[in-house]
Design a binder for this molecule. Structure first.
Ligand SMILES: NC(=O)c1ccc[n+]([C@@H]2O[C@H](COP(=O)([O-])OP(=O)(O)OC[C@H]3O[C@@H](n4cnc5c(N)ncnc54)[C@H](O)[C@@H]3O)[C@@H](O)[C@H]2O)c1
Ligand SMILES: [Zn+2]
Length: 357
């Protein structure tokens, strides 16, 4: 059981492979890329303990010489300090032009490993082996890589596409339920921004998906990747269309930041951001109250938070300004027009505050 999605970007096109048992197939799946034998595999202690043995075996069987290097588990791994340690690891492992850096883990590992791949020797091949649902449907696809600045998330980064993505659904079996739900927030996002039928499919199947049913998960991950691939192929550098992927994120990032990145994880904050955007949409666009209720219900059934925490105007403003989405005191927001279609609009801060206080 496996499928794949192509991200069409001319000579930088690549495949996203998705299915069960794929880490054990990684060596074979990556062979056509004709990369050098030594490679650097970046992971964290939690994920490496679970999945490094099978990845290592699969790579060695196909003649690779993988060097495992660990970064800390947690957002603090997305730092220039950890990136510097990875450059040292590249040197020690003899990672030259023609070799690859592989990221085995969630979005954190993928972002920092990708940042190093984008900059080491001015850019070498990068392979994503995402092990969280969020990374499989979102972070590993589309080529945004970054580390954090002490003053804000993802401020130092690049657009740098991977050469391949391999999403092994088996890895989701060990994912903590809270992380699974966080990934599902992004999954629901895809339904709202691009595919009403997919949204309905989620409404019909969410409980079964939450049990970890592989067949349903494969369908879900492939559909999300296909939606993101299409958007990225049309607007790789986020000049316009790609911004719709930020649905729920402008305010989501603010909820995340104000909660000190610990009260809410990314997916939970995005769920809250989508609730706020839906409320605004009911006032501002053709989005109906019934559709807004359907969104809130689906998020709730997924186990995601939907009650907006009160935010102080000043804290909100500070978070939004760092997020680069304010223009002349107004926030660039993605709001739904109906399920499956969104638009980008500028909203004054005074309009947002009543939604969240
Ligand atoms: N580049 C992009 O386009 C993009 C998009 C969305 C998010 N992101 C970034 O991704 C990060 C969030 O990613 P995430 O949610 O995957 O978080 P994460 O990488 O921190 O992983 C979440 C937790 O799950 C653990 N874990 C990972 N895989 C596991 C498995 N299979 N079994 C058990 N435990 C496992 C990790 O060790 C970690 O503790 C953020 O830094 C965010 O900025 C990037
Ligand atoms: Zn997100």
């Amino acid at each position: 059981m496996a499928g794949r999605v192509k991200v069409n970007l001319g000579d930088r096109s690549y495949y996203i492979h998705c299915g069960v048992g794929l880490l054990a197939e990684a060596g074979r799946l990556l062979k056509p890329l004709k990369l050098a034998a030594p490679c650097l595999v970046v992971s964290n202690p939690t994920v490496a303990e679970l999945y490094w043995p099978q990845l290592e075996q699969s790579l060695r069987e196909e003649g690779w010489q993988p060097h495992l290097t660990l970064v800390p588990d947690g957002e603090e791994a997305k730092s220039l300090k950890v990136a510097a340690e990875l450059y040292d690891a590249c040197l020690a492992a003899g990672i030259e032009r023609g070799a690859a850096i592989m990221a085995l883990g969630g979005g954190v590992t993928g972002d920092v490993a990708g940042f190093v791949a984008a900059t080491w020797l001015r850019g070498i091949a990068f392979i994503q082996l995402p092990t969280t649902l969020l990374a499989q449907v979102d972070a590993s696809v589309g080529g945004k890589v970054a580390v954090n600045h002490p003053r804000g998330k993802n401020l130092i980064g690049a657009f740098y596409q991977p050469a391949a993505v391999i999403a092994d659904l088996d890895t989701l079996a060990t994912l903590p339920p809270r992380e699974m739900r966080a990934g599902l927030a992004e999954v629901i996002k895809y339904g709202v921004i691009a595919d009403a039928a997919f949204f309905e499919y989620l409404e019909e199947n969410i409980e079964k998906i939450l049990t970890g049913d592989r067949e349903l998960l494969e369908r879900v991950v492939l559909r999300c990747c296909a939606i993101k691939a299409e958007i990225v192929a049309a607007d790789e550098r986020e000049n316009d269309l790609r911004a719709i992927l930020n649905f729920g994120h402008s305010l989501g990032h603010a909820f995340e930041a104000v909660g000190g990145y610990s009260t809410y994880n990314h997916g939970e904050a995005v769920a809250l951001g989508m609730v706020a955007a839906a409320r605004l949409a009911v006032r501002r666009s053709s989005f109906s109250p019934q559709e807004s209720v359907r969104l809130v219900n689906l998020l709730q059934r997924t186990g995601l938070p939907v009650d907006l925490p009160p935010l102080k105007a000043q804290a909100l403003l500070a978070a939004l300004e760092l997020d680069k989405k304010m223009r002349h005191g107004r926030l660039r927001m993605v709001i739904p027009e109906r399920l499956g279609q969104v638009k980008i609009t500028l909203v004054a801060l005074e309009e947002i505050l009543p939604l969240i206080s």
